[in-house]
Structure formats: C-alpha cells, structure tokens
Design a binder for this molecule. Structure first.
Ligand SMILES: Cc1cc2nc3c(=O)[nH]c(=O)nc-3n(C[C@H](O)[C@H](O)[C@H](O)COP(=O)(O)OP(=O)(O)OC[C@H]3O[C@@H](n4cnc5c(N)ncnc54)[C@H](O)[C@@H]3O)c2cc1C
Length: 401
C-alpha cells in the first residue's frame, strides 16, 4: 500500500522546512506550551506567529471568509507534522486561539464576535492570544462540577470564582471561560455557559503556578466581581456544555500530527546521538539494547503516523473522529514520554544537566521532554479519560462512573 501524499502537500512540507531553517535560531526546538514560560521564548513565539500569519499558514485551516486558506485536511496534517518536527513556536496563539477558540466561534459564536475576534487571532499579534479557563480546584476531569459563577445584571454578567492550571493566562489578552449560569439546573452540565473575557478587566488576578522544574506555564486566576458585557456570551446561555463538547473534539484532534512530528525529530536526534557517542570504545548504536529501544520507538512513531492518516481520512469523509482523536492523543503522549525515558537512559549523567546549561546535550531537548510530557498527558483530558472514550466509542462499553 502506498500512503504517499500529493504534490501540494509535499510542496508545503518543503516550504515549511525552508521557513524553519531560515527563521528559527540554530538549535531552537519548542515543545508544546514551553514557549509560555521564559520571556525570550515568548518573544520568539510571538515574532514567529506573525511570520506564520504573513505566510498565510497560521490559520490555514480556516475558511477564506475568516482569514484562512481553506486548505485540505491533508495539508493541515502536513502543517502539524512539520511544525512538530521543527519545533516551531507560536503556532497556537496561546493555548487555544487557533485550534479551538477560532473554530468554536465559527460554529456557535455570533457574527459580531467572529468579526471582532477571528481577525485578531489570524493576525498573529499579541492581541490575538488566548487562555482557556475550564479547570477549577474541584473540577478537572469532572468538568461539569465547575462553580465559578456568572450572574446577569442588566447588560452585563458579574463573574466570581477561581480557575486553576490556566496555561498562558499571564500572556493572554482574552480568556475563553466556562462558568455556571444556572446553579439550579436539574443536571450539573445543563447550567454552564461560555464567555469571552478581556484579561485586562478589573477584578481579575493572575497568580503564577510554577511547575516542578520552575517553568511558568500555568496559573491560578481569580475573578472578583468581574463585569462582562452580555455580548460576550458565546452561544446560548446554559448550553455551554454541549458547545464545549464540539470544542474539545477540535482540541484533541489538533494534537496528533504535531506529536508525531515531535516524535520523528526526537528519534532522529537520538539515533544520531547513538552514532556519535562511544561506550567502551564502541558507538552506542552497536549496543543491542540501545538498538531495540530505538527500534520499538520507531515502530510506535510509524503507528502514530498511520493513526493520524486514518483520522485525517475520516475528516475528509465528514466523520467526526471521536475515538481516533482520543486514541491519537493518548498514544502520542505516551510515545513522547517513552522517548524522553529512552533519551535519559542513553545520556546517563548528562540527562541530569540543566536543559539551558552550556554542558547540556542536544540543546536540552531530552531533559525538557522528560520534564514536560507527564503534564501533556494530563492537559486537554488525561490519558485515563481518553481511554474511557475509547472504551465507550470503540469497544461499546457502558459509560464509566
Ligand atoms: C500542562 C497542563 C496544562 C493545562 N492547561 C489548562 C488550561 O489551559 N486550562 C484549563 O482549564 N485546564 C488546564 N489544565 C488542567 C487539566 O485540564 C486538568 O488537570 C485535567 O483535566 C485533569 O483534572 P484534575 O487535574 O483536576 O485531575 P482529576 O480530574 O482530579 O484526576 C485525577 C486522576 O484521576 C483520574 N480520573 C479522574 N476521573 C476519572 C475517570 N472517570 N476514570 C478514570 N480515571 C479518572 C485522572 O485521569 C487523573 O489521573 C492543564 C493541565 C496541565 C497538566
């Protein structure tokens, strides 16, 4: 079977390669979410977003009327793969702008909201950067349990409560916020609504939550009588849950190709490392155990690529890939975690060196991967939740409790 892509897709792949080689500093390789922490990385991400926007790539999947190029699903897949391979920063406009705020506004926002916010995201400018406020101290996987409250007061809603783990809140201009608008709804998921909130609104406090290696990716965000115009309600009041289920499908699907791109690059870097590194006077790559670890990872990377092809094909057929998106996200997370572990084993003591030290190997990619990926397998739905989806939608099991 020949899975070769068409000329258009291969031409795009080459163009992205040229772009990455020209525009990124030598050794630069950004993993998901990393760009949000250090100021120098964020600066690079923002300047790259702008260049991607000028190339017409940033929102290439969007319809032309909203500033996109309406490219095929196959081109979108290649874009994701190549951005992952080159570790191109700034591809998402914060945690969510390109992948799910934009598509959600197209699906259930109103015309006024589309006209105002879509061009901002498509511009690649800092005013188009978003964070997503779903999780709370008592609501994560059990998202329907959210307590942050919005109460209507004339032409405004008044919001009070707390969000947590909000990636990019310290960089974002806007928050895509889920709140409770009806605390008496007969079922918890029926009283939720979505709002667009200006992060400069009075009453918002953003506190950094440094992760266990000191990176500032997520935050806790407090809302203290924050007033939001009624026009910022997205979709119907109390229908937020149903709207968000559509957004989550966009979110999960968007991960697969870039995870594969990351995996392909990391594998190449590790293979080269084993060719160039000697152990007992012999290259590491001659050690059978090393070869087997790399061979296992290569087979799994190839599987992820084919999984992505399958999901992309389903999209071309108008099928919503619920099972496939969850499978690809969970499988991709786990593959990247395994590559991090393999890298740590191969590097020995070098794996303990600070990723930004001059003594680090492979520009610190392996340490950063090892530290970041347990978090990626939690973000946007934990692997356990993805497996619940697989159980329900692929295996025909009843819903989990
Ligand atoms: C790097 C990172 C970035 C994030 N960014 C954001 C963001 O920008 N915005 C935002 O709103 N949130 C964000 N989050 C939060 C993330 O969405 C939640 O952490 C996630 O949904 C899990 O919720 P929880 O942490 O409350 O864990 P819980 O839901 O309490 O889960 C704890 C454990 O129990 C398991 N579990 C829970 N329910 C079930 C079940 N039904 N079946 C089987 N196992 C179950 C989970 O898999 C997990 O292992 C981010 C998290 C991380 C790590």
């Amino acid at each position: 079977m020949d899975f070769k892509l068409g000329e258009k897709e291969e031409a795009l792949r080459k163009e992205i390669r040229k772009f990455a080689q020209k525009e990124l500093p030598p050794g630069s390789f950004t993993l998901l979410l990393e760009e949000e922490s250090r100021d120098e990385d964020w600066k690079l991400a923002m300047s790259t977003s702008k260049k991607l926007a000028q190339k017409g790539w940033l929102v290439m999947a969007w319809p032309k009327e909203y500033g996109g190029s309406a490219v095929s699903y196959w081109e979108q897949m290649v874009y994701g793969e190549e951005c992952g391979y080159w570790g191109i920063p700034g591809i998402s406009m914060g945690i969510s702008g390109v992948a799910w705020v934009g598509p959600s506004l197209m699906q259930f926002g109103n015309e006024e909201q589309r006209k105002k916010y879509l061009p901002l995201i498509a511009s690649g400018e800092p005013d188009g950067v978003w964070c997503t406020g779903y999780s709370e101290p008592n609501a994560g996987s059990d998202f329907a349990n959210i307590q942050t409250r919005a109460i209507r007061d004339g032409d405004e809603y008044v919001i009070n409560g707390q969000k947590v783990w909000t990636s990019c809140a310290h960089r974002a201009r806007w928050c895509w916020l889920a709140v409770r608008t009806d605390p008496n709804a007969p079922k918890k998921h029926r009283g939720i609504s979505i709002f667009i909130v200006d992060m400069k609104s009075p009453g918002i406090t953003v506190n950094p939550l440094l992760n266990y290696y000191g990176a500032h990716i997520f935050n806790e965000v407090f809302f203290d009588n924050v007033r939001v115009p009624v026009s910022n309600l997205v979709g119907e009041e109390n229908k937020g849950w149903y709207h968000l289920m559509q957004s989550l499908a966009s979110e999960r699907h968007s991960f697969g190709p870039s995870l594969y791109g990351n995996a392909r690059r990391l594998l190449e870097e590790l293979i080269n490392y084993t060719k160039e590194t000697q152990h007992d006077g012999k290259p590491l790559c001659q050690n059978p155990e090393v070869r087997h670890m790399l061979a296992d990872a290569a087979v799994e990377a190839e599987m992820l690529k084919l999984f992505n092809y399958q999901v992309t094909w389903e999209l071309t057929q108008g099928i919503t890939p619920i099972y496939g998106s969850s499978r690809n996200k969970a499988f991709g997370d786990q593959l990247l975690e395994r590559l991090g572990i393999i890298g740590m084993k191969l590097m020995g003591a070098y794996s303990q060196v600070d990723p930004y030290s001059k003594w680090t190997k492979l520009h610190g990619i392996i340490q950063r991967l090892y530290l970041l990926f347990p978090g990626i397998s939690i973000a946007a739905g934990t692997d356990e939740i993805e497996k619940n989806v697989i159980g329900q939608f692929k295996l025909g099991l009843p819903k989990s409790y």
